[in-house]
Design a protein around this ligand. Structure first.
Ligand SMILES: *Cc1c(COP(=O)(O)O)cnc(C)c1O
Length: 405
């Protein structure tokens, strides 16, 4: 079955926009995806009909908000095949989710311990671990990236030992599009009883995520990269860890009892959700995932692979264009540089033609340094993009190339 892309596009009001009289070609999906009407409606309905604080009210609105809010948690649980709903923690996004884990682990680490991350991290999954290691005295090791933009797995295996406490890596690189073998990486880490955190910010929207099949301990993602709102995300973690590790924030909701001098903590998931949660956005994220899961996932994947394949093909015949990241397993992101063209100029001149791309270091400065570039221009694709849009983007790019030559 192929994806009915025209029908999907119809559900995204923003895709009808024009930029200086030209149709918008939105190729910045790795930064954030657009929202279908049903997600926008879910937010409007919440704020128009049953806005209320959850878990505490003795009235109808509070009851409705609580049911929808907890129902969204169930949707997430099933989507990632989490064993328990209590293991799904609402966060503000991937960044906060990783910080919760890094904060929890810091006091459990000592100077004999080691943490492994990779050379293709988003800053959210390297700066956090640098800080955890600095605070605890643990040592941080980095899995290098090969010329094609893949992890050097031989080095990874050689870094593992009894001292390894945590392996943290991205499911999919936001700059290069490389899909990492996270299940294999997890299996290797488990031979040494190390914990594994997968940064799923890019992985979540591009395939089937089954946390039990992966075997990892933590999986983090942001709602806004899977057709949901900004300001909401998810940390999934094993109950045995989340219920024992030091809490992140303290305050209302996360407590069981409070006296003037002391307090005890609530059970999961509330233990890690201090304060009033982001109710409306959580409900709308549930709606986004319900909407996305209703699509044929094999067709989604085939369509996204076709988009990347077309970009790769068009880049091959493009003189002076260097693709950064040429792994055989790639999805979503397509990075490149021009000889003599600064990425910022490429982005500016593409925008004039209605093509929205991202330029810069993509929150991955160490990776840019690895490839010897200050930054790249990045097209990133989503299910509503068409092959015609990829062609049009490359036509626009040809004009940019001539202008900059
Ligand atoms: C976007 C992104 C993040 C950070 O997500 P936020 O929504 O900004 O918290 C982390 N890792 C990767 C791979 C990303 O693409």
């Amino acid at each position: 079955m192929s994806l009915d892309v025209a029908a999907i596009r119809d559900q995204f009001p923003i895709l009808k926009r024009e930029i200086d009289g030209k149709p918008l070609i939105y190729l910045d999906n790795a930064a954030t995806t657009q929202k279908p009407q049903c997600v926008i409606d879910a937010l409007v309905e919440y704020y128009s009909h049953y806005n209320s604080n959850v878990h505490r009210g003795a009235h109808r609105l509070a009851d409705e908000a609580t049911r929808k809010f907890e129902g969204a948690r169930d949707i997430i649980q099933h989507f990632i095949n989490a064993p328990k709903r209590e293991e799904v923690i609402w966060t503000s996004g991937t960044t906060e989710a990783i910080n919760i884990v890094a904060h929890g682990l810091t006091s459990l680490l000592s100077n004999n311990d080691e943490v492994i991350v990779t050379g293709m991290e988003h800053h959210a999954n390297i700066v956090t671990w640098q800080q955890a290691c600095k605070a605890s005295g643990a040592t941080l090791y980095i899995v290098p990236v090969t010329d094609s933009g893949e992890l050097d797995l031989d080095v990874y295996v050689s870094l593992l030992s009894e001292r390894t406490k945590m392996v943290a890596l991205p499911h999919v690189s936001n700059s290069l599009g490389t899909v990492n073998p996270i299940k294999w990486v997890t299996q290797k880490a488990k031979q040494f009883d190390a914990w594994v955190l997968v940064d799923g910010a890019q992985g979540i929207a591009h395939g089937n995520v089954d946390v039990q099949d992966i075997g990892c301990d933590f999986y983090a993602f942001s709602g806004h990269k899977i057709y949901g709102p900004m300001g909401i995300g998810v940390l999934w973690g094993k109950e045995s860890l989340l219920s024992q590790w030091p809490v992140w924030q303290t305050g209302g909701e996360m407590i069981a009892t409070v006296s003037l001098q002391d307090a005890t903590w609530n059970v999961l998931p509330y233990r890690l959700e201090a304060g009033t949660p982001n109710v409306g956005d959580a409900i709308a994220l549930g709606e986004a995932i319900r909407w996305f899961s209703a699509l044929d996932s094999a067709a989604v994947q085939a369509h996204e692979e076709a988009l990347i394949a077309r970009a790769t093909e068009l880049a091959e015949g493009f003189e002076g264009l260097r693709v950064i990241g040429t792994a055989p397993q790639k999805i979503g992101a397509f990075s490149f540089v021009f000889e003599g063209g600064h990425p910022a100029d490429i982005g500016f001149l593409l925008d004039k033609q209605g093509v929205a791309v991202r330029t810069g270091d993509h929150c991955a400065q160490p990776l840019m340094a690895r490839f010897g570039v200050p930054g790249t221009a990045r097209m990133s694709f989503s299910i509503y993009n068409t092959l015609e849009e990829v062609d049009a983007a490359f036509d626009a790019l040809k004009k940019v190339h001539m202008m900059l030559a």
